[in-house]
Design a protein around this ligand. Sequence first.
Ligand SMILES: NC(=O)c1ccc[n+]([C@@H]2O[C@H](COP(=O)([O-])OP(=O)(O)OC[C@H]3O[C@@H](n4cnc5c(N)ncnc54)[C@H](O)[C@@H]3O)[C@@H](O)[C@H]2O)c1
Ligand SMILES: O=P(O)(O)OC[C@H]1O[C@H](O[C@H]2[C@H](O)[C@@H](O)[C@@H](O)O[C@@H]2CO)[C@H](O)[C@@H](O)[C@@H]1O
Ligand SMILES: [Mn+2]
Length: 441
Amino acid sequence: MKRQRLVIAGSGSTYTMGMMMSLIEEKERFPLKELVFYDIDAKRQERTAKATEILFKERYPELTSFSYTTDKKEAFKDADFVFVQIRTGGLAMREQDEQISLKHGVVGQETCGPGGMAYGLRSIRDMIELVKDIRRHSPNAWILNYTNPAAIVAEALKREFPTDTRLLNICDMPIAIMISYAKILGLDVWELVPEYFGLNHFGWFTKIYDKSGTDHTERLKQLIIHNGFKPEDKEIANDKSWQETFAMARQMLIDFPEFLPNTYLQYYLYPDKMAAKENPNRTRARQVIEGRQKRIHDLCDEIIQNGTAAGADLHVDIHGVFMIKAAESLAYNLSKRFIVMVENRGIISNLPADAMVEVPALLTSNGAQPFVVGAIPTFYKGLLESQFAYEKLVVDAYFEKSYQKLLQALTLNRTVINVSTAKAVLDDLIAANKEYWPDLK
Ligand SMILES: NC(=O)c1ccc[n+]([C@@H]2O[C@H](COP(=O)([O-])OP(=O)(O)OC[C@H]3O[C@@H](n4cnc5c(N)ncnc54)[C@H](O)[C@@H]3O)[C@@H](O)[C@H]2O)c1
Ligand SMILES: O=P(O)(O)OC[C@H]1O[C@H](O[C@H]2[C@H](O)[C@@H](O)[C@@H](O)O[C@@H]2CO)[C@H](O)[C@@H](O)[C@@H]1O
Ligand SMILES: [Mn+2]
């Protein structure tokens, strides 16, 4: 079995230690010959890198080559896989996005509404540069991108690199939801076979089968409506914000019982309620800074100080395992089924061919082989067309440096709609993002 040279771009991420535990868990199925960390923030990277060095000495001694660098050439030369998990502007800018939106009475969220738009305009520039750098040194490496907002990033990368067939955008939300389905049904998550359609963070499960072909969809819906819905992945199971988010799946199912919703739809279906329940002084970014980020930093410091990872509260998470299992399937032509982002090209027959849709696909050494979805009902078509138009306009605005396109985008977005609100929130976001956004005309 070929061993892989894997690069983690954005290795100072709060997800890196979970990813390292998942690499250990998957080492027989996705064996590494070399692991390289790359980040633009040397200090932030050093913390996760030093902790990883100690962890791997103890739990992955077979991997003898681990390094970390801020040098792109050193990082990206001869890569087989690059996992990309960057956050342009950091959590500080995420907090700005959320607070500015809430100040204007609209949803303040990482990937939805004006916050997602602001983050998208920051991510596009860095992602294009990063993919160019990776391709300069490793023309054939698989790039697995999960940098957010993935829908906008995927649309921009498709336009900038239209012939790149080894670039896959991927999100863990569907599989995280499926862990909760599996728990309700008393099955293992990897036994479930989902049917799903949508855009990233904007989609629905139409069927949940198991591998024997049994259809669990209607029973699952009834169980959620009667007993509620909660997160089960260890990383988020006890997180109040994620508990509230998962609980909203029940309301969405009561209101629209046809399909099982992605949790992110709560922001588009009940935007006023979502905006009203937030505390502008403690948005999700602040919770993450004081929660996940602090926990991970303390954990790394503890490992470094003790010189051992024994006893450290590290665990495998679905985020890491999912990305690695997807990589395994691409690397070894396993044809396993994952929900990923691909260009529509008729998969959803009544949506635009150029939309980056999220659907089940078999991952092979020739890339994602998506399943046909067919025509979707009017309600979902309408919602998706408007959301796709919004995403497209944001990417147009980036390339054309157009204020007008951004105003159109926010006017279409279900979390805003009102033009005067769109103008006001846009003015504040432009001021906050001077360092990151293109100069708008
Ligand atoms: N698609 C998904 O389902 C999914 C799931 C989890 C996280 N994410 C995304 O993963 C990313 C990381 O999230 P996080 O909360 O851990 O953020 P974080 O801020 O903790 O980590 C991001 C890291 O990227 C580095 N970075 C920023 N710009 C860079 C660049 N141009 N080149 C290299 N490194 C750069 C930062 O220094 C930092 O160490 C975010 O984009 C987040 O939205 C996506
Ligand atoms: O608000 P955050 O920063 O806690 O999470 C934002 C991300 O949420 C989804 O991802 C994952 C999560 O990151 C992971 O740890 C797992 O356990 O569950 C979540 C899904 O419930 C989302 O898919 C990402 O795109 C967001 O960045
Ligand atoms: Mn996601």
